[in-house]
Every structure is written in C-alpha cells, then in structure tokens.
Design a protein around this ligand. Structure first.
Ligand SMILES: [Zn+2]
Ligand SMILES: [Zn+2]
Length: 348
C-alpha cells in the first residue's frame, strides 16, 4: 500500500486458480507466492467451486488480503464470470442473464472474464468470449487478461518464443475491449480490471513440457490497483468489503508492471478545492482541469466518451476540460500499454 494525495492505493492480482480447479498450487502455496511478490490483495477464482472458502481459507496472510470467489462457467462454456461474496455457487444450468442477476441480487461482486477472446488458430485452446451483453447487473469487465492475451497471440509457429518471454509478449488491451468498456461506462459504472488468470499449467512444446507463466511471473506483470479513502481494516470482513466497494465504484487502475512500477500514479479532475479521482464524479465548471502524474515519462492518451481527445508525452498532464462526459487516461511506452485508468465522470 502507498499513500497518494491522502488516499490509499492497494496493488493486487485478480483471477487465479488453485488445485481446487485447473491451477497447480494449493491456496496456501498461492498465498505465500502472493506475499513474496508484494501483493496487497489477491482474488482467487477456481472454476465452479468455493472449496477453499468453505475450508475457511479466506483471510489476511501477513500483509496480503486473500479473498476467494469463483469463476462461473455455464453449460455452453463460452461465458466466464467472476463472482465474489455470493452465498454459494449458482447452478451450472443457469443462463448468463440468470446468474448475473442472481449474483447482483445477493449483493455479490460480478466481473465478466476475458470478454474479448476470438482466437481460432489453436484447436486445443478454443476461445471463451462473452456474448450476452443484455445481461443486467454485472459490475465490470476484465479489460486485460494475461493468459487470454498470451493465448490470442499464440500460433503453432511462435509457440517457442512466446513461451520463453511471456511477460514481454504482452502488448495491451485490445481496441475492441476498450471501446466496449467505454460504451458500457457511458450507461453507468463498469469497472475495468486487469486479470492474471494464473494457472501455471504445463504446455507441451515439442518434446518439452514448459510451465508457462509461473504464478510469480504473473504477479509481477498485470496488476489492478484500488484506491480507498481509509486503509484496510485489520479484520477480514471489513477489509474485503472495502476491496469490493473500491472495485464496484471503479476506483481503480490497471497496469503492466513489466514496463515500470506504477507507485505514485494518479489521475484526477479538479476545480478549486473540488477534486474527483478515478471512479468519481465532478461538476463541470469553467476552471475544471484534468490532471495526471506518472512515475515515469510515457505517451498519455486522454479518452473522452470513447474517443481519443488529447495526446502528449511526459510525466504530468494539466488539461482544461469544457465538455461533460466520461474521461479516462492511458499511458503507453512505445507500443506497449502500461497504465489504464478507470473513468472520471464530469456532470453538466
Ligand atoms: Zn475463464
Ligand atoms: Zn480462469
């Protein structure tokens, strides 16, 4: 955790599997790797079970908050949905509309996983995209999924190179998913998160079996950082509720740490003493300005209602704003996406 402008920034990893589904380590081993990697929080999501949670394994491990939800797969197995804080696992037979609504009704946090998968180059790894955009009640989407992006880029010919430079091979969330995120956010709150989707599963490469993406590599790459007014409480129930609230309210940004640490990053709108950070709203006034501070020089792109409106290279942004709508910022290093902040809403 670090303090930035009087707020508390927690950097964590979302979406990971243990041996309770297709992951390769136990919850205890996973929590130990997360602690070593300096994660402030970890959100565990085995497929269709809450066994680790039922075994009482949620908790605060050293300085790392470990919450346990699950990844819901319906019978068609094209819709994957991350659910946290539900009373139980919803029936496998429910349609996406039904389980999204059920989770919302139960006050659980729901995030659409890897909505954008389209790969068709490798027969053994079919895509699992999200199709049912009429579902109502989800809180956000994965704009970036490490395993998914890696798989999307995989061909029978580049397998070897990709296996030995898994972090470097990450580029950015796709234009399609960012456009979808903007479209959804125009209608209301929709948090964009970065997910690791860690399994550390072995992939056969010719005569070798390679463990692509050990968990530790994942935890040094795609992170989601949440922003809170108060530090995490010392008890698990309050701290996990704070984490879920931060996400629900889009007070978050995503980053690939491979292109630099993000400590100190901030993006906000200000008019006089009124200030709105990521996920917050502010009223349009003649002196309203957007600000950003980056830990290192990068190409910044400001996106307004889904359209790029300003671009500059540097470490800080100070941009007058004259239109209502939703604003977010992206930071790029060369053609590699580095930081993607959630929207600030400017009201008329
Ligand atoms: Zn999945
Ligand atoms: Zn998964």
């Amino acid at each position: 955790m670090i303090e930035v402008a009087g707020k508390y920034h927690y950097s964590g990893a979302i979406h990971m599997h243990t041996t309770e589904s297709d992951g390769t380590v136990s919850l205890e081993q996973l929590a130990a790797i997360g602690q070593e990697s300096g994660l402030d929080f970890m959100m565990v999501t085995d497929h269709m079970n809450l066994n680790n949670r039922a075994a009482g394994k949620e908790g605060i491990y050293g300085k790392t908050l470990v919450v346990i939800g699950y990844e819901h797969n319906d019978t068609a197995d094209i819709h994957h949905y991350l659910i946290f804080g539900s009373p139980s696992v919803y029936p496998h037979t429910m349609t996406p509309k039904e389980y999204v609504a059920a989770a919302a009704k139960d006050g659980a946090l729901g995030i659409i996983a890897h909505p954008d998968e389209i790969r068709n180059r490798m027969r053994n790894y079919p895509p699992y995209p999200w199709k049912d955009w009429d579902a109502v009640g989800f809180n956000g989407i994965e704009i970036w999924n490490q395993m998914s992006e890696w798989m999307e880029r995989l061909t029978p010919y580049n397998k070897l190179v990709m296996a030995f430079s898994p972090r470097k091979s990450m580029v950015a969330p796709t234009d399609r998913v960012r456009a979808k995120w903007d479209e959804l956010s125009l209608d209301g709150k929709c948090v964009g998160i970065a997910a690791v989707d860690a399994h550390a599963f072995p992939i056969p490469l010719g005569p070798f079996i390679v463990r692509i993406f050990p968990y530790k590599v994942h935890f040094k790459s795609l992170r989601s950082t949440i922003i809170l007014d108060q530090p995490f409480a010392g008890d698990f129930a309050t701290a996990s509720a704070q984490l879920y609230d931060g996400l629900r309210n889009c007070r978050a940004y995503c980053a690939n740490l491979r292109w630099g640490e993000t400590d100190g990053f901030d993006f906000w709108a200000q008019s006089g003493t009124a200030r709105a950070g990521m996920g917050e709203s502010i009223r349009l006034t003649p002196d309203l300005r957007l600000h950003a501070l980056l830990p290192a020089k990068a190409r910044m792109v400001v996106v307004h209602n889904g359209l790029p409106m300003h671009e500059q290279t540097g470490r800080d942004l100070n941009l007058p704003i004259s239109k209502p709508g939703i604003y977010r910022i992206e930071a790029w290093r060369g053609r590699r996406g580095w930081i993607f902040a959630n929207h600030i809403r400017v009201n008329q």
